[in-house]
Design a binder for this molecule. Structure first.
Ligand code: NAG
Ligand code: NAG
Ligand code: NAG
Ligand code: NAG
Ligand code: NAG
Length: 492
């Protein structure tokens, strides 16, 4: 080869390497209480044209799991670790509880900042705020705009809890008092668009956008409700409007990234935090149960990835591979060219090859949870293995075991179907269930009586996980948390 050719080849290789190594922008969107049946591409009566378009030209994750409720999912998403390893295995963090993701767990934005990312969070926090150290800007976010507790009024941003009342909205660390009357979906979308517009495109960008939508209270500007005059059920109609408003916001944010010229190098990840709440307009048909339960309706979540960086062969595909919300932490850190140094042992797996090349998931097991504080149910099945009175669930391959009290296990069709609820035909004091989820995704056929061999193996596995659990941390409410009509915020 002639010397000048050699140099040219070298330069080409180098620039190729640079292109490949360019860190992608990450937009991580979390919808709140968004049900399995509530996205257009799952056959919903609710219209989500933007989500459908992004998902159908991305990879739809259809064997994808989150936790049954809010704080648990968010804590696992941001730490990459199961709740049994952070002490947060019991319930959510209530507004007056002095709790949070323990500080010795670096959060996702901290790892991204280490490798040069500009990091921003807009929306719901709900993983602890009782001390300044737990605020988003103390935990790796360059900027934060949003609310710290679990739910509030969409317009006034006011929240009452246990007779303690106050506004919950913050701009970085300071109370944000200019937004009374602005609907949160619009407010958060505007903030994200502003971040995108002002972003220095030389740097990689990480935006974490946990929407308030579509959690209760059921509120949305009337024009969105008006699109659903065909839905007779009032709660469902309002909820549908909320979903469509969120869908519109996602479309506007995608447009902002396109206008900025950074969309082609952006990876959009969309996930719900848990199943839909059937009493507040959500729906998970045909799955069993709903939010807060260990049935599939509580945890089998809506999720997809969209990016022009995806391998062409997976565009438009469905991934049947087992993926869990803890997996985003190592997946995103690795995509960013970051290091997992300094983290505690992670429970998540890097799933990029699974998503981008359709490879087999490295995840063979999924501990849904073990909650020793949940009221005991029934009698232990045997004294030699896992105590089945405890609320727990575990997936190994296609098998899923549930123990203790999983929550109401009815199948609830969406109101417009006009078909009856199929009641949870539970045997008295039953506290063990076994399903083959691949064959029976809707948990119609309990095999715990027939496959006692599998039950025994899975109980042993639960015992193994239980041995690695740290004690539950769920402190009592602290009266000092009371904002007394001012703003919710750190009180210690
Ligand atoms: C927000 O606006 C509403 C309606 O105007 C009003 O009733 C409420 O007191 C305001 N809240 C705060 C915290 O200013
Ligand atoms: C990770 O930690 C090891 C051991 O402490 C160190 O040798 C290595 O340089 C670190 N890597 C990064 C990317 O920080
Ligand atoms: C099983 O766990 C329950 C709490 O769920 C506890 O009250 C009971 O003592 C335990 N039983 C045994 C045999 O360990
Ligand atoms: C299991 O434990 C229960 C209560 O702790 C006890 O009554 C029962 O005899 C034990 N069964 C066996 C087989 O050890
Ligand atoms: C379960 O929930 C359904 C739907 O709300 C209800 O009709 C049923 O009575 C509940 N079952 C139990 C045992 O609470």
């Amino acid at each position: 080869m002639r010397p000048e050719f050699r140099i040219l080849t070298l330069l080409c290789l180098l620039s190729l390497k640079l292109v490949v190594a360019k860190q992608p922008n990450i937009l991580l969107i979390v919808a709140d209480d968004y049900g399995f049946h509530d996205v257009g591409y799952h056959g919903s009566e609710i219209k989500t044209p933007n989500l459908d378009k992004l998902a159908m030209s991305g990879v739809r994750l259809e064997n994808y799991y989150v936790q049954p409720i809010c704080t648990p999912t968010r804590s696992q998403l941001l730490s990459g670790r199961y709740q049994i390893h952070t002490g947060l295995q019991h319930g959510i963090i209530w507004p007056a509880q002095p709790s949070g993701i323990p500080l010795d767990n670096p959060l996702l934005p901290e790892k991204l900042k280490e490798v040069g990312y500009s990091t921003h969070a807009v929306g719901k926090w709900h993983v602890g705020f009782y001390k300044d150290d737990y605020l988003p800007t103390s935990r790796g976010f360059d900027s934060y705009f949003g609310y710290l507790t679990g739910s509030e009024d969409y317009y006034t941003h006011y929240r009452c809890y246990d007779k303690m009342c106050g506004t919950d909205l913050r701009d970085n660390t300071v109370p944000a008092d200019l937004y009374n009357g602005t609907y949160s979906t619009h407010l958060f979308a505007d903030k994200v668009i502003d971040i995108v517009d002002k972003h220095d495109a030389e740097k990689p960008l990480f935006v974490y956008l946990p929407f308030q939508a579509v959690h209760a209270p059921l509120q949305v500007p009337q024009k969105y409700i008006d699109r659903y005059s065909n839905i007779k059920n009032k709660k469902r109609r309002t909820y549908a409007g909320m979903v469509t408003c969120m869908d519109e916001a996602v479309g506007m944010i995608a447009d902002a990234l396109k206008n900025k010229g950074i969309w082609d190098n952006t990876i959009l990840i969309f996930t719900t935090d848990n199943g839909g709440q059937i009493h507040e307009g959500g729906n998970n048909w045909p799955l069993r149960g709903w939010k807060a339960s260990l049935w599939e309706g509580g945890m089998h979540g809506v999720g997809f990835v969209h990016s022009n960086l995806l391998d062409k062969r997976v565009i438009g595909s469905v991934s049947p591979q087992l993926i869990h919300v803890t997996d985003w932490f190592p997946t995103i850190v690795k995509l960013a060219g970051g290091s997992l140094n300094g983290t505690q042992p992670l429970d998540g797996f890097n799933q990029w090859s699974t998503i981008n090349y359709g490879e087999t998931s490295p995840r063979k097991e999924l501990l849904h949870n073990i909650d020793p504080l949940y009221p005991a149910s029934g009698q232990p099945l045997s004294n030699s293995t896992f105590n089945t009175t405890i609320r727990a669930a575990l997936r190994v391959g296609d098998w899923k075991i549930i123990t203790g009290e999983p929550g109401n296990g009815s199948w609830v069709p969406p109101p417009h179907m006009d078909s009856p609820i199929i009641d949870d035909a539970r045997k008295d004091k039953q506290n063990v269930w076994l399903f083959n989820i691949a064959e029976d995704p809707n948990e119609r056929n309990d095999l715990s009586g027939k496959r006692t061999d599998i039950v025994t193996k899975m109980l042993d596995k639960l015992l193994y996980y239980q041995k690695s659990a740290v004690p539950v941390f769920s402190p009592p409410n602290d009266p000092k948390a009371d904002p007394e009509g001012g703003f919710w915020g750190p009180w210690e």
